[in-house]
Design a protein around this ligand. Structure first.
Ligand code: SF4
Ligand code: SF4
Length: 93
């Protein structure tokens, strides 16, 4: 799955700089672009945005259920390079 930000977001911006894919941006509240989120696969063992959120409003998005091959392919499409074998994605957890 990619992740999403719920309406509990307090616009603190802590998550934005943690995202290696620049998938997080500010709209009315902060949002995650599902076309860019790899659950941090290719960069980190676990999503970097979730632990920095002070109100725990970053959750899995049931509308974007994706397995590891999809997340790896997204990394490769975005970066034009093989996806490092880092991270398994939440779907495999
Ligand atoms: Fe960005 Fe990783 Fe959070 Fe997805 S899980 S929004 S790639 S920091
Ligand atoms: Fe919103 Fe949480 Fe991101 Fe802060 S860290 S901007 S509260 S989603």
């Amino acid at each position: 799955m990619t992740l999403m930000i719920t309406a509990d977001c307090i616009n603190c911006a802590a998550c934005e700089e943690e995202c290696p894919n620049e998938a997080i941006s500010q709209a009315d509240l902060y949002v995650i672009d599902s076309a860019k989120c790899t659950e941090c696969v290719g960069y980190e063992e676990a999503p970097q945005c979730i632990p920095v959120c002070p109100v725990e409003c970053i959750v899995v998005d049931p509308a974007h259920v994706e397995d590891l091959p999809v997340l790896r392919a997204r990394y490769e499409a975005m970066h034009g390079a093989p996806c490092p074998d880092i991270g398994r994605g939440l779907s495999a957890a």
